[in-house]
Design a protein around this ligand. Structure first.
Ligand code: DGT
Ligand code: CA
Ligand code: CA
Length: 572
C-alpha cells in the first residue's frame, strides 16, 4: 500500500524544517508547510487520488511541482529532495525544531556551536550547563528545554486521536476490500473517543473461506508482525502504532465489540453487576450456566444485564453504570446539534483563508453563525491586529453581513491576556465586538499563584466572553500551565465567563475531565475549532467527542443554540 496522508505530510514538514535551518527562501518553506497541512487535513487519501489519476493541483496551494513530489512519495514512500538535503544537515534536527521554544535559528546555533543533533545531545548539554554559554540561552531557557524533554520521554508514546484516524481509515478500507469480510470496526479507546490512543483494536467477522487473517499481516504499512494466529494477530505499522486484529464469530460480535471497547474498569463493573444476576460475560457472549443468552449485538448484551445502551464515550466507570440503572444517562450532544463556531482565524492574521471564504465554508456546513476571532497585536508571530486594523475588519464584516439573511458573521477577537491579567486591546474596540475570546499565549511558566490570578484578573474585564484553550496544553508536546483550575471554574461561573473546549486535535483543551469539572462548577461552555483555514472547521467533531466524554447534552453547549439564544447566553 502507498504512503498515507500523514506520512506525506511528515516528509514535507521535515523538508520545510531543514530548509528553514538552512535559511532558505521563506516562501519556499511556506509552500511545503502548506502542502503538509493540506495533505494532512485532506479527508481523502491522497494516494487514492493519485491512483484514480486525478490532478493533484486541484488541491489548494499545490502547484505542478508539489503535485509531482506527492506522486513520487505515494509511489516510493520517499522524498528524494529531502534525502539530498539530509546529506548537508542532519535530518534529526527536525525533531529538535518541534520542541517548544526551539526555532530554526536556535537549532542551527545548537548544531553549529555544540554539535547537538538529537534530544539526547540536547539533554546532556542542558544538564551540564553548556547551553547557557550560547547567546540567547539563559538559565530559564535551559530549564524549559529540560522540562519539555522530560515531558516528551515520559511513558510510552500515545497517538493523537486524529492521527490514529488517519492511520486507521485506509487500513479499514483495505480490510473491507478482502474477500468474505463482513464487519470491520475499531474498538478500544479509539471507539471511546479518547484524546489519545495507545493502539488500535480491530474486530472483524468474515465467511469461513475468507483470507482476512493472512492478508492483514501483508498490509503494506506493516513494519513487523508481532504475533500471528487463526483468530488473533498483532502487527506494528511503520509509524510505530500497534494494531490488534481479532476475527470473531458473528453470534459473538456484539459481546466482542463490547469487551474490547472497554474501558477495563467499566467492563469489570458491568461484569460484577451481571454476576449478581447469576450471569457471566466474556468476549463471546452473556452466559447463564453453559447457555449463551446474548452477544450478537451490544444492545442485546446490555438488555441481558438489565441496562440501557451506554454510549462508548461514557464507558469509563465514572458513574455511567449507576446513571444507567437509574434511567438517568445524559442524551449526549451530537455534531449535528452545533449551530456555529466561535473561534476562527483569517488571513488578516495567521489564518490561510479570507474572511469571505471562512464565512462561506461555515455556511456550507449548515451553521447559522461564525465568529471571526483573529489574534491581537501582542502576538506578533501571528501578525496580530491592532485596534485600527480590527475596526477595519469590523467594517468588512458589516459589509459581508449586509449581503446575507440566513447567516451571520460575528465580530470577534482572540485577545491576548497580558502578564498582569489585562487584555491586549482597549475597551473601546472590545465593546464593538459580538464575541471576545481571550487567551494566554506567553509566560506559560508562571508559578501557580501568579498564573491563576492573571487569569482571574482577566475576568474583571466585562467585555470578555470566552476563555480559549484554558490550560494551553498541546498533546504530547506541551503540558498544561500550572494554574488552580477549580478556582478558575468557580470564578468563571460567578462572572458568567464561558470556557472553551478547543476542538483542534492537537489541543482538545479543555479535555473531558476538565470539562466535566467545569460543568459541575456551573460554567458555561462552548466548543470551538480555532480554525486557521476552511478545512479547520471540520475539527468540530473532535471537540464534540470530548464534550460527550464529559457527559454534556445539546443545549449545555452555548454554540448548540440558535443565534439569538447564543447571544443571550454569552452576555454577562
Ligand atoms: P489504549 O489502547 O491504551 O488507548 O486503551 P484501551 O482501552 O484501548 O486498552 P487496550 O487496547 O489495552 O484494550 C482494549 C479493551 O479491551 C480494554 O479497554 C478492555 C479490553 N481488554 C483487553 N485486554 C483485557 C484483559 O486482559 N482483561 C480485561 N478485563 N479486559 C481486557
Ligand atoms: Ca487500544
Ligand atoms: Ca490493544
Amino acid at each position: 500500500m502507498a504512503a498515507d496522508n500523514a506520512e506525506i505530510a511528515e516528509l514535507f514538514n521535515r523538508y520545510a524544517d531543514l530548509l528553514e535551518i538552512q535559511d532558505a527562501n521563506p516562501f519556499r518553506v511556506r509552500a511545503y508547510r502548506n502542502a503538509a497541512r493540506v495533505v494532512g487535513a485532506s479527508s481523502r487519501a491522497v494516494s487514492e487520488l493519485v491512483a484514480e489519476g486525478r490532478d493533484l493541483d486541484e488541491l489548494p496551494g499545490i502547484g505542478k511541482d508539489l503535485a509531482t513530489k506527492i506522486e513520487v512519495i505515494v509511489h516510493t514512500g520517499r522524498l528524494p529532495q529531502l534525502e539530498q538535503l539530509e546529506k548537508q544537515v542532519p535530518g534529526s534536527l527536525s525533531d529538535l525544531m518541534r520542541l517548544p521554544g526551539l526555532g530554526p535559528k536556535r537549532v542551527k546555533l545548537l548544531y553549529r556551536e555544540l554539535d547537538i543533533r538529537s534530544h539526547e545531545d540536547l539533554q546532556r548539554a542542558a544538564r551540564s550547563g553548556q547551553l547557557t554559554a550560547l547567546p540567547g540561552f539563559g538559565e530559564k531557557t535551559a530549564a524549559r528545554i529540560l522540562a519539555s524533554l522530560e515531558h516528551h520521554s515520559t511513558g510510552p508514546q500515545r497517538f493523537k486521536l486524529a492521527d490514529a484516524e488517519q492511520i486507521a481509515s485506509p487500513l479499514l478500507k483495505y480490510l473491507q476490500g478482502i474477500h468474505g469480510v463482513k464487519r470491520v470496526e475499531v474498538a478500544g479507546s479509539f471507539r471511546r473517543r479518547c484524546a489519545t490512543v495507545g493502539d488500535l483494536d480491530i474486530l472483524v467477522t468474515a465467511t469461513r473461506d475468507s483470507q482476512v487473517m493472512a492478508k492483514f499481516v501483508k498490509y503494506d504499512a506493516v513494519a513487523e508482525v508481532l504475533s500471528q494466529g487463526a483468530t488473533r494477530s498483532t502487527v506494528k505499522l511503520r509509524n510505530g502504532i500497534q494494531v490488534d486484529l481479532r476475527l470473531m464469530p458473528e453470534v459473538s460480535y456484539g459481546a466482542a465489540l463490547y469487551y474490547f471497547t472497554g474501558s477495563k474498569a467499566h467492563n469489570i463493573a458491568v461484569r460484577k453487576l451481571a454476576a449478581d444476576k447469576g450471569l457471566k460475560i466474556n468476549e463471546y457472549g452473556v452466559y447463564r450456566g453453559p447457555r449463551r443468552i446474548a452477544g450478537r449485538t451490544e444492545q442485546e448484551l446490555f438488555s441481558a444485564v438489565g441496562l440501557p445502551f451506554i454510549p462508548p464515550e461514557l464507558r469509563e466507570a465514572r458513574g455511567e453504570i449507576e446513571a444507567a440503572r437509574a434511567g438517568k444517562l445524559p442524551a449526549l450532544i451530537e455534531l449535528k446539534d452545533m449551530c456555529g463556531d466561535l473561534h476562527a482565524h483569517t488571513n488578516a492574521t495567521d489564518g490561510h483563508d479570507t474572511l469571505a471564504a471562512m464565512a462561506e465554508a461555515a455556511r456550507a456546513r449548515g451553521y447559522q453563525y461564525l465568529a471571526i476571532t483573529d489574534h491581537s497585536k501582542h502576538l506578533t508571530v501571528a501578525r496580530g491586529l491592532n485596534a485600527k486594523q480590527l475596526f477595519a475588519q469590523i467594517r468588512a464584516i458589516d459589509k459581508l453581513n449586509a449581503k446575507s439573511r440566513d447567516f451571520r458573521v460575528l465580530k470577534g477577537t482572540e485577545v491576548d491576556i497580558l502578564e498582569d491579567g489585562s487584555l491586549d486591546l482597549p475597551d473601546a474596540v472590545l465593546k464593538e465586538l459580538d464575541v471576545v475570546v481571550a487567551a494566554v499565549h506567553y509566560q506559560l511558566e508562571l508559578p501557580v499563584a501568579k498564573q491563576t490570578s492573571r487569569i482571574l484578573k482577566s475576568f474583571d474585564n466585562r467585555y470578555l466572553h470566552i476563555l480559549a484553550h484554558p490550560t494551553t496544553r498541546l498533546i504530547n508536546t506541551r503540558p498544561e500551565i500550572a494554574a488552580d483550575m477549580s478556582k478558575i471554574y468557580a470564578a468563571a461561573a460567578a462572572a458568567g465567563v464561558a470556557l472553551e473546549i478547543n476542538a483542534n486535535p492537537e489541543r482538545l483543551d479543555l479535555d473531558d475531565i476538565h470539562t466535566r469539572a467545569a460543568h459541575e462548577a456551573g460554567c458555561k461552555l462552548v466548543i470551538s475549532t480555532d480554525a486557521h483555514s476552511t478545512s479547520g472547521l471540520n475539527d468540530m467533531r473532535f471537540g464534540v467527542d470530548q464534550a460527550r466524554r464529559a457527559w454534556l447534552e445539546a443545549g449545555e453547549v452555548l454554540n448548540s443554540l440558535l443565534l439569538m439564544g447564543l447571544l443571550q447566553k454569552l452576555s454577562r
